[in-house]
Write a protein that binds this ligand. Structure first.
Ligand code: SF4
Length: 102
């Protein structure tokens, strides 16, 4: 079994062709091609925490800085961090880590 993307782990239906696309549209994690290959993922599927505006929980999430607390306790984050081990990548290419939003 290949490495799963967030929409496969969460079965959220917000990927292209997914069952819930009619609600909010396609989630940016499933379309952000700048993230392809990060943590061996398709688009932002294995770095979704770093993609702004994702649709987890059925509502539009904000930037990484704002959503990091919930993302880092999410099963997706934990599973991918565990699978990638010391090859784990926290941020998108060129992204700067912000501790919090003022
Ligand atoms: S970030 Fe959340 S809502 Fe978006 S595709 Fe991944 S699991 Fe689904």
């Amino acid at each position: 079994m290949g490495k799963m993307n967030c929409w496969e782990i969460k079965k959220c239906g917000r990927e292209p062709g997914g069952s819930k696309v009619k609600d909010l549209g396609v989630c940016p994690a499933a379309t952000d091609s700048s993230c392809t290959g990060v943590n061996c993922g398709e688009k932002g599927g294995r770095v979704c925490w770093a993609v702004a505006g994702t649709f987890c929980g059925g509502k539009i999430q904000c930037s990484f800085a704002q959503k990091q607390v919930s993302c880092m306790s999410c099963e997706v984050f934990k599973k991918i961090k565990n699978e990638e081990g010391n090859k784990f990548t926290l941020l998108k290419t060129g992204q700067i880590y912000q501790t919090s939003v003022r």
